[in-house]
Design a protein around this ligand. Sequence first.
Ligand SMILES: Nc1ncnc2c1ncn2[C@@H]1O[C@H](COP(=O)(O)OP(=O)(O)OP(=O)(O)O)[C@@H](O)[C@H]1O
Length: 629
Amino acid sequence: MQDGEPLEMNPELSAILAWAQSADRGQPLLIEASAGTGKTTALVLLHQALERRGRTVLTLTYSQKGQARWLELYRREVCRDLTPQAAQQLCNTLDEFAVRCLRDHARDKRWQAGSLGRAIVDDDRPLLAMRQAVARVNAYLPERGVEPLRGDEESLLQWLELVDHLKAGLVFAQPPFAGFDSDLADDYDLENLQFALERLGLPPWAFSLFNEYEKCRESIDFLCHGDAAFDLAHEPEAVAQGLRARGVDVVLLDEFHDTKAVHFEIVRALAAAGCAVAAVGDRGQDIFQWRGIAPFSAFDEFLRHWPDAQRLPLSLTHRFGNPLGKAIAGLLQRVNPACAALRCRAGLHTGVKRLTVAGDAQPAAIARLIGDGMQAGAAGETFAVIVPQGPQAFPVMLALFRAGIAYRCDRIAPLHESREARLLRACVLLQGWVDVEHNALDCKALLQFAAGPRAGLDEDEREALSTLLAERVAGERLPRYIPGQVPLALRMLGERQSPIGCGVAALHGWLARHGIREWLASMAPTVVAARASSQALDELVALLAQEGPTAFLALLDALAAQFQRGNVGFASKVVLTSILHCKGNEWPHVILPGAPSAAQLAQADLPTLREQYVAMSRARQMLWLLASA
Ligand SMILES: Nc1ncnc2c1ncn2[C@@H]1O[C@H](COP(=O)(O)OP(=O)(O)OP(=O)(O)O)[C@@H](O)[C@H]1O
């Protein structure tokens, strides 16, 4: 539905709004519905219906994006001039809610009111705590025969992400981890612990690092994303007080499919505090199943805890019509056979075109499709290209750039800022193949290289290099880069480089010598993401060898310039994003490169099917599926 079009009331939506009365009796509500059926819209309307009955309602979303979408719909349907302060009272992310409850009601009140909000966006403190934790763990890992952990910034971020997953899944809240006391543990207990870690696919140091990080975090008094929910899950009284202080008596939960164990503990605390709870989600959109380490279904937990919950569907999609509706309904039957059959609104038509195009010809085909559409009058921002993994958008960026089509990246790295491109840029600089005026991208490239496992620098040298190339300014989240220091940095690093030629084989040799491919793979959240990064590296190596170093760097600089150019309005740019980050959005024209062929889809596993379902269900007018076979 476009802005200004009226909402259609139907019996399913009416039933959901009628829950506003059941909420008085505290009966929980679970709405399971598929993509585009108006889940978020229904929550907005339910919020309004409850307010009209004099209830004080808080909507919680899982992500900031979900919050923005909810507020956008609230502004559209309920109150156009909602102030930011009023918005804060109506809808929070789970993280925000956790931070507020802890700030004002935590048991031992370690934080001064107000300081927490700043701490959560301060990049330094999590890194500082993790750096200390790594140092502590490294003091005893070698005597257990385990290699010490790396302490560079890139690795610290990686360990922080691991801790975040462990917290999301409450992985160490279960035996044998819960209550484990290393001072009292004998060999049997230690072996049992190691076995449990192995079973979960975790490294042998994961439990030690987790505990040390928690101690360091406590001594620095801060909360990072993930920490707040974890802490609050252990303080149900703070949840109750937080709700009481705001007078909240009904909580609505959007994006429920993304709820993990730690968040579910908070949901339980909300209900225990006397709030009526309604949750809405789509099992088919649970594409973050790898978060939280072990599988977790928020829907099953909800029904286990509240078997008498009212369950309501939404089965009419307002986003797309047939023939796309039919294709998606077919997918849904495999993704979530128990969900209500999907119906499309009368009068809506959404086309689907499956094109067979060789993989390397897909980027040019995409640029042509979008170019033709724009020539016919469509605006750039009505097109979204959704790739399976972020790095798979790099060739599309090049093709759009060459076609003169402006793009923006939604939660994926632009090519010129990607790790893969930075590392090859570092190679060009270190080999002394170009003589150019340096810029911030050069600083980032050398810092990226220096963070690598075989850059030949020790911790002190790495630290010296980062202060040489980047200055941290208090109150600024991003560092200021100092391109004038690149020659000096190159002298520090370059002494350890032996000269190579700029051919494909030599470049691969350089990557292998520096352990770069394995390093990038170790940072990827999934095996599939690691594969995509490796392929992107191969493609960039081929590009560098073909273009030559000067043209390669000039191309990256030109991509950066076009990306930042202010004369192209944000709104007129084509959107590039990945399947993981497209949820909750919709566009008139959606292009899916790297789509599975019909035969591949017939054989696909559940995660692949869910991803296809999420990506395909973003289109309103037209979907193009580009398959290579
Ligand atoms: N009752 C309705 N009548 C008309 N249009 C509607 C109605 N409900 C939702 N829409 C429109 O349908 C589209 C999808 O709505 P919404 O984003 O709420 O769906 P969703 O189920 O939350 O989607 P997703 O599963 O992708 O998160 C939006 O353009 C919205 O304005």
